[in-house]
Write a protein that binds this ligand. Structure first.
Ligand SMILES: [Zn+2]
Length: 434
């Protein structure tokens, strides 16, 4: 009785919807969620929630309430490049094309681009983003409307001797934010010293790491055979190429990571139980020997697939079934608008469904909720509607027929109502009544 009374007085808002999809059990018809400040404090049938909790009721009518979506890989600073770079003959050409566009942008342009990107992501139901930025010094000029984990994107291709300096100076800018990590850009743009220094920091400060890996056929050709357009381009700008001609990108990456050794390094038994701190974007190009390495490895990492960007580049098919069967945690990301048309995760889920029609709509929704929450170490705080979790909620209008998860994936319009970290960030007139 006491517990019920305490909960009743702490609740401030009850949000009712035709169906509440919690991602933590069966959908609840005529459901409701009680929110106090920035936390979910109760979830269940509306009549039960009303009895147990006080506060203003927001009735979302016929809409379906679900956890806010989480984008596991994005570069918001290139939002202004939407449609500006047509698909190129080669991946190396695309890198040169984006570099040319970037040289025309000022810090002011980047701040505006990131701000616009946040607004678009929020409009399409994203309430948390893992965002890579090459300009961590600009973070203080941005007020994100949703949750963000900033990753400093690090490239030392032109000055590998300054790897540690680049990392340390990025950390100075990142420290002002509540949630941050490091992103050595890729094996072909970041030195092994830079990767190792980031791993040292990860062990020391318990932070997350992310990188782009095995994204293109040209990356595979460069590392395996010391040839191809990417090899030629990077060689021409002075990258030391002595790591090319033997290992696959994945083989090179696995050879680099987890070797730092420190008092905080987990024991072999712990590695069995925990994911590595790495969130690996892409993993499109893998050989049979790579699959054997992945299958045998006790240390799993998180994998981000970006269907829109994957289609734009025409990469090899993503090995979802095999990676999932080996125990990798697979998430969705949008990548940037330099290689995609939208920052909306509903579009990414639909593109994924086209690639993998046998995967259930519910499992696809997990790749934008539960799975990225786990990758970002928010598995006990985000990605589900559960008591004690963060109040990150979105509402979508669905018709009453067929599978509810199929209907959610089919949602096209901007979100009518949403809340991130307990703050209502979208409330279209008519979508919610009190
Ligand atoms: Zn990327």
């Amino acid at each position: 009785m006491t517990a019920i009374r305490d909960r009743r007085y702490s609740s401030q808002m009850i949000i009712r919807a035709r169906i509440v999809v919690t991602m933590d059990g069966a959908p609840i018809e005529n459901g409701a969620v009680a929110v106090s400040r920035n936390r979910i404090v109760d979830v269940g049938r509306f009549d039960e929630i009303k009895t147990r909790n006080a506060g203003k009721t927001v009735d979302l009518g016929e809409q379906v309430l679900l956890p806010g979506l989480i984008n596991a890989h994005c570069h918001l600073e290139y939002t202004c490049l939407r449609g500006k770079i047509p698909p190129q003959k080669s991946f190396a050409d695309w890198i040169q094309a984006i570099n040319a566009k970037k040289s025309e942008l000022s810090p002011k342009d980047y701040v505006a681009s990131i701000t616009e990107g946040f607004a678009e992501a929020a409009r399409f139901g994203t309430t948390a983003i893992a965002n890579l930025t090459a300009f961590p010094e600009l973070i203080s000029q941005i007020q994100p409307p949703i949750r963000i984990c900033w990753f400093a994107e690090l490239i030392d291709i032109r000055a590998p001797e300054r790897a540690n300096e680049f990392v340390d100076s990025a950390i100075e800018a990142l420290k002002q934010t509540p949630s941050w990590g490091l992103a050595p850009h890729a094996l072909f743009t970041a030195s092994s010293n830079l990767f190792r220094w980031c791993e040292n920091i990860s062990r020391r400060d318990n932070i997350l790491l992310t990188t782009h890996l095995a994204e293109s056929r040209e990356e595979m050709e460069m590392f395996r055979h010391a040839s191809g357009p990417l090899y030629e381009f990077l060689n021409s700008i002075g990258r030391p190429m002595d790591d090319c001609g033997s290992k696959t990108p994945l083989g090179g990456f696995l050879n680099l990571i987890g070797r730092g050794g420190s008092p905080n390094r987990p024991s072999a038994i712990e590695v069995n139980r925990y994911y590595l701190p790495w969130i690996v974007a892409h993993l499109n190009e893998l050989t049979e020997s790579d699959f054997e390495l992945l299958e045998r490895s006790n240390s799993k990492f998180h994998v981000v697939h970006c269907p829109g960007s994957h289609n734009y580049f025409g990469h090899s098919p993503f090995a979802f079934d095999r990676l999932r069967s080996f125990g990798f945690n697979i998430c969705l990301g949008t990548d940037s608008l330099a290689s995609n048309l939208s920052l909306g995760l509903f579009a990414e889920m639909r593109a994924f469904q086209k690639e993998f029609p046998s995967v259930s709509a519910e499992e696809i929704l997990q790749t934008a909720t539960v799975n990225p929450a786990r990758a970002l170490r928010y598995e006990n705080a985000l990605g589900q509607i559960r008591s004690g979790f963060g109040a990150d909620l979105i509402a979508v209008l669905c018709s009453t027929s067929t599978d509810i998860f199929e209907q959610i994936l089919a949602f096209h319009a901007p979100i009518g109502w949403s809340m991130a970290n307990g703050k209502v960030i979208a409330s279209v007139p008519g979508s919610a009544g009190c």
